[in-house]
Design a protein around this ligand. Structure first.
Ligand code: BG6
Length: 487
């Protein structure tokens, strides 16, 4: 579908996210001829830069994040960019933006707020005050969307006085990943899994997002946030929703979001006792990643007594007929042993072995949906080994999406930015979803704050604290990497 002409206004235009992700994503879509001829990108920042100075910064900071730059197309892309210096908190400084925006009822106007969340409401009010918001305007809100339920509600309420819900795009870039959308395809485009996708056949679900990197130069943000707010409240819970939701009637935004919301509402609430049993928080100490010595979190610029968690593991349960009693283990951490994001759906063991092999030697079937590094699906089965004996061994069926579909990939932000420009909301969070997610994690945050306990430490380059293995071990289970057979 060809895009309508647009003005894309990027608040936080000189910031890290714009340079690393947003401008490269827009360039990539330009290269694939998705952007209309006259589409423009208006970057807003506080630096008093000329357009040329800003473009030099884009060359230095955004271009290195583009793969296969085509210089002619890069020049064309830069030709779309304008730079405006203004104080986003002060509407009296908005004149250059008012002058820059084009009028026209067909023209889509996107305001992308790649700024700290405490500016969201101010900027929206200011845009309304200077009369820049019209029926064709959309606002995109980057995470973190608040730091607790109250602040999220306040952002929703205030932004909601300026934009209608159908104009608000709350971004969670995990929903833009190919493999996540493939999970929708797998679940609702095939009959094979649906009858098995329930408590009778599934033993447990594990969702892991592990990063080898530490917090790098984001310490100021991260130390105020931590893994629960940074990753679990949004990315991990969104993945859980897609795994656990009932089939929506269609792929329209509200049909999908209604089903995700029901999952969030059905998550079993924690109290002080269940919380201590089902949540592990950790912080990395010095260790080795890929054979290189790396410092601990507190040596990377965090306060020496910081209690911020860089790892969190949670056993969640969903109180519905489909899922009652099936544990969903969620885990994420920085400086872990590997860089991967995957969803593991483990089926129950066979009830009885007819072979001369004990039931315990049968590895339960397991479906692995790999989000990164290489998007794919893996199904673990048991098969007979060749020869005259009836001896069964685990084997893997692999589907590598890159091999299967040899067409250029879209980064998550490319896909989501196109959706914003097309006015397609299915992969964005609705206000009630966001609040329901905060509602569920908030007791954990409060408990940590009241208890004033320290996170348990784990060595950088490991799979997290031993307490995370104990958490899953209590159900007689193991994390996937612990359960892999030695081949
Ligand atoms: C971001 C978090 O939302 O997701 C980062 O703020 C994290 O801390 C990043 O590193 C991970 O995203 P991806 O796509 O690289 O797995």
């Amino acid at each position: 579908m060809a895009l309508a002409d647009f003005d894309f206004v990027l608040f936080g235009g000189s910031g890290d996210l714009s340079m690393r992700k947003l401008l490269p994503a827009l360039y990539a879509r330009d290269k694939h001829e998705h952007l209309p001829d006259n589409a423009r990108i208006i970057c807003i920042g506080r630096h008093h830069w000329s357009k040329q100075e800003f473009l030099t910064a884009v060359d230095q900071n955004a271009k290195p994040h583009v793969t296969n730059v085509d210089d002619a197309i890069w020049q064309r892309f830069c030709g779309r960019i304008q730079y405006i210096s203004l104080d986003a908190t002060n509407p009296a400084t908005y004149r250059p933006l008012i002058d820059a925006l084009r009028a026209g009822s067909e023209l889509v106007r996107v305001f992308y707020l790649a700024t700290p969340p405490d500016l969201f409401a101010r900027i929206c009010h200011n845009l309304a005050e200077v009369e820049l918001v019209n029926a064709n305007s959309r606002v995109v809100l980057e995470k973190p969307l608040g730091r607790d339920l109250a602040s999220a509600k306040q952002i929703n309420a205030e932004v909601g006085t300026v934009f209608t819900e159908s104009q608000i795009y709350r971004i969670d870039h995990y929903l833009g990943k190919e493999a996540v959308q493939n999970l929708l395809a797998l679940r609702f485009g095939n009959v094979l899994f649906e009858p098995l996708w329930r408590r009778e056949w599934i033993s447990d679900v594990q969702i892991t997002i592990a990063e080898e990197l530490g917090v790098g130069n984001r310490i100021e943000y991260y130390d105020n946030s931590g893994a629960l707010r940074d990753m679990l409240q949004n990315h991990l819970l969104q993945l859980l929703c897609i795994v656990a939701m009932e089939p929506p009637t269609d792929i329209t935004p509200d049909a999908v979001r209604d089903e995700k919301l029901k999952v969030l509402h059905a998550l079993k609430r924690f109290d002080a006792v269940t919380l201590a049993q089902n949540v592990v928080r950790g912080q990395y100490r010095a260790g080795h990643v890929d054979g290189n010595a790396v410092p601990g979190y507190r040596q990377e610029g965090a306060p020496s007594d910081s209690r911020t968690e860089t790892f969190v593991a949670v056993k969640a349960e969903i109180d519905t007929w489909r899922w009652a009693g099936v544990p969903f283990f969620l885990r994420t951490g920085k400086r872990m042993a590997d860089q991967l994001a995957e969803i593991v759906v483990r089926f129950k063991s066979i009830p009885h072995s007819i072979f001369a092999q004990p039931t315990s030697s049968f590895l339960p079937n397991c479906l692995v949906i790999r989000l990164q590094p290489d998007e794919g699906l893996q199904l673990n089965l048991m098969a007979k080994t060749p020869g005259d004996r009836m001896r069964l061994k685990p084997v893997e069926l692999e589907l590598d999406f890159r091999e299967q579909f040899k067409i250029p990939r879209m980064e998550a932000y490319e896909r989501l930015l196109l959706d914003v420009l097309r006015g397609q909301l299915t992969l964005f969070m609705r206000s009630d979803e966001l609040e329901a997610a905060w509602e569920w994690v908030e007791p954990i945050l409060n408990y940590w704050e009241q208890e004033q306990t320290e996170p348990v430490s784990y060595a950088a380059g490991s799979w997290g604290p031993a307490a995370a293995s104990a958490l899953i071990g209590r159900d007689g289970l193991q994390w996937r990497e612990e359960a892999l057979p030695e081949l």
